[in-house]
Design a protein around this ligand. Structure first.
Ligand code: BGC
Length: 503
């Protein structure tokens, strides 16, 4: 599955056609699907009607008079509701990488929409916990298929010049999805007893748009050529680029797919070849770091977290709407800033900002939120403000760049396999955070914020010392211009030619 037929560093003649914009927008509904799901779970798991029906033990605990503030939501099954989706997404993104190659990106996106819709129906109509979890597994399949196919599709369909911007738009739609979910939860929490069904059912809209929309879009030229449909691929290239003079790019795609075909075992190549390790390490660790900023504690559990601090049910959902809006708005800084300031500057600046916010939240909770009291209101609001500062930093750095950098640092032969490692690492880490957070909150109390703060120090240092700058470097020249020149990573390229012969 070759990704970089889409232009790489060479300037190929191309216009930004209406067709490309429309196709990218339709595909980005996959991001909306993903984001909606991230945002909806937290609100739903704090709704009494939902808890009473599926998690009566948690409901009891929540309403017991002198219940421990930090432990009222701690329940493995409740966490499994949120996290089962990510486990299923890991397995399914593996399967999706094969479907992408065999059936094309367009078909894989259609499969994503179908799985997701099935999951929505099971969830919205759930009568017991098993139906609920089965629904989550299908949603996970939808996300696994979507997240593997959509970024690939956008990268291939977009002219090289606009690829970066369009990629960050995928993240933009994730954040809009999270925000819509927060708003929906805010209103449905007052609809009794079935508000939660409306929240979960709402996920059907982006899936229907993606499913129907994908009937209108064209398959990417790279995918067509890769599957032997060269003439169709050439025609698709002409219409998507809006020019007739596409010979050079066509040849480049053919060349790229030929090389990719020669590498029979891209996964083995990645793992065995020393010169692949720097990209593999950096691409994967960035996703670990992205998740261990603690962002999804806020995205999944913001309402639960705010209730823990003593804000009422409505106030806490409203606060989640505020953090969601800040998340979406701040992503715009990345859209415009990433090619201007560079990746490292954004990552380092945001690490400092997020560190300060995490430490202050930890200190406030340690001082003011004991086991059974409610936090004084001014401090509750200050905490919401600090969480907004944290989210802002994430939204213009570790969020979008956690996806962008892994998609641009691998050489063509190992790019899809490398990207798969990044996607699955993201899902596994999201699963770990989703599954463990409520228990960690219960055990570590305010210490959890210091736990994430330590991670932020580690990732900030990584960005300072080990992460090379990739801004403005043509995608196919990364090895020569970035890795081989980096003070640390260049040592991995010493015997590159001998190794290449072995793989
Ligand atoms: C992350 C998600 C996160 C979202 C928040 C994405 O880049 O992968 O896990 O919830 O950003 O905006």
């Amino acid at each position: 599955m070759a990704v970089a037929g889409s232009g790489g560093g060479t300037d190929f003649p191309a216009k930004l056609t209406g067709q490309v914009v429309l196709c990218s927008l339709i595909a980005a509904f996959g991001g909306l699907m993903f984001g909606y799901d991230i945002g909806i779970s937290g609100g739903v798991t704090s709704m009494d009607d939902f808890l009473l029906k599926f998690f009566p033990v948690v409901y009891e605990k929540k309403h017991r008079a002198k219940e421990n503030n930090y432990c009222k939501y701690d329940n493995q099954l409740l966490q499994l509701f949120t996290s089962s989706l990510y486990l299923s997404a890991v397995v399914c993104s593996w399967a999706a990488s094969f479907c992408c190659k065999r059936f094309g990106r367009k078909r894989t996106m259609q499969m994503a929409a179908a799985f997701f819709l099935l999951g929505v129906v099971l969830n919205a109509a759930a009568v017991d916990i098993y139906m609920l979890i089965a629904g989550r597994i299908c949603l996970g399949a939808g996300i696994g298929f979507g997240n593997q196919a959509v970024p690939l599709f956008i990268s291939e369909i977009a002219p090289a010049k606009y690829r970066g911007g369009l990629n960050v738009c995928f993240q933009m739609l994730i954040t809009i999805g999270i925000l819509i979910a927060n708003v929906v939860n805010y209103f449905t929490s007052n609809i009794h007893p079935y508000g939660w069904r409306i929240s979960l059912g709402g996920a059907g809209f982006p899936a229907i748009f993606l499913g129907l929309g994908s009937l209108l879009i064209v398959e990417t030229p790279t995918s067509l050529i890769e599957r032997g449909k060269r003439e169709e691929g050439l025609r698709a290239l002409k219409t998507t680029r809006g020019v007739d003079d596409v010979e050079k790019e066509y040849e480049e795609i053919v060349r790229a797919t030929e090389i990719a075909k020669k590498v029979k075992h891209p996964f083995r190549n990645l793992i065995m070849k020393r010169s692949s390790w720097p990209q593999l390490f950096c691409g994967t660790i960035l996703q670990v770091f992205q998740q261990f900023t603690g962002i999804n504690v806020i995205m999944f559990y913001a309402p639960v977290l705010f209730q823990t601090m003593g804000l009422g049910g409505d106030a806490s959902l409203l606060s989640a709407v505020i953090t969601g809006s800040i998340n979406a708005a701040s992503t715009l800084v990345a859209v415009f800033g990433v090619d201007k300031f560079g990746r490292r500057k954004l990552l380092i600046q945001a690490a400092v900002q997020m560190l300060i916010a995490q430490v202050f939240v930890g200190v406030i909770l340690a001082k003011h939120l004991k086991i059974t009291n409610a936090i004084p209101m001014p401090f509750a609001y200050l905490t919401v403000f600090l969480i907004c500062v944290f989210v802002m930093g994430f939204a213009w750095s570790w969020g979008p760049l956690g996806w962008l950098i892994p998609s641009e640092i691998f050489p063509l032969e190992t790019r899809p396999a490398g990207f798969f490692f990044a996607v699955s690492t993201n899902m596994i880490c999201t699963f770990i955070i989703a599954q463990a957070f409520l228990t960690m909150l219960c055990q570590m109390r305010s210490g959890i914020f210091f736990f994430f703060a330590v991670w932020i120090v580690v990732m900030g240092s990584f960005a300072v010392f080990l992460l090379p700058e990739t801004k403005g470097v043509p995608i196919d020249e990364m090895n020569d211009r970035v890795w081989k020149k980096h003070w640390f990573w260049r040592r991995f390229f010493r015997n590159e030619d001998e190794e290449q012969a072995k793989c």
